[in-house]
Design a protein around this ligand. Structure first.
Ligand SMILES: O=C(O)CCC(=O)C(=O)O
Ligand SMILES: [Fe+2]
Length: 122
């Protein structure tokens, strides 16, 4: 993950969406433990679902269709300026697993997430 994204990550959060009725509402992930201006990498597995971004000031929305195996990188600034959500869907979708890779201040000496030293190729 670090080689793919260019960022270091220290912990992972998993979400399971059993059906289209499972969802996550509008939010941003910028709580203190995650450090300042975090980059977050999001890996999707299983059924595809819509992922929405909404700009906090302008209200502009951007929709992504996250397929199994897709990797979405939310770069520094995304949590500060945008909220995101995975809405419910009436489509008959099966289970989706999402893993978000995040920094943690306890593991980063100065509280800032640093780009990784690894090359950006696999
Ligand atoms: O399931 C997703 O794609 C997003 C999950 C999410 O926003 C979160 O875990 O904070
Ligand atoms: Fe989130």
């Amino acid at each position: 993950m670090q080689a793919l994204s260019g960022y270091n990550f220290n912990f992972v959060v998993g979400n399971r969406y059993r059906t289209g009725k499972d969802s996550i509402g509008w939010h941003c992930d910028n709580f203190p433990q995650i450090g300042k201006r975090p980059a977050i990498a999001s890996l999707s597995l299983g059924s595809d679902r819509k992922f929405k971004l909404r700009h906090k000031d302008s209200g502009e929305t951007v929709d992504y269709h996250l397929e199994s195996g897709s990797l979405l990188i939310m770069l520094p600034g995304c949590q500060e300026d945008w909220v995101h959500a995975v809405p419910k869907t009436a489509r008959p979708v099966g289970e989706r697993i999402n893993w978000t890779f995040r920094p943690h201040v306890d593991a980063i000496a100065n509280g800032e997430q640093k780009p990784d030293d690894l090359p950006h190729s696999l």
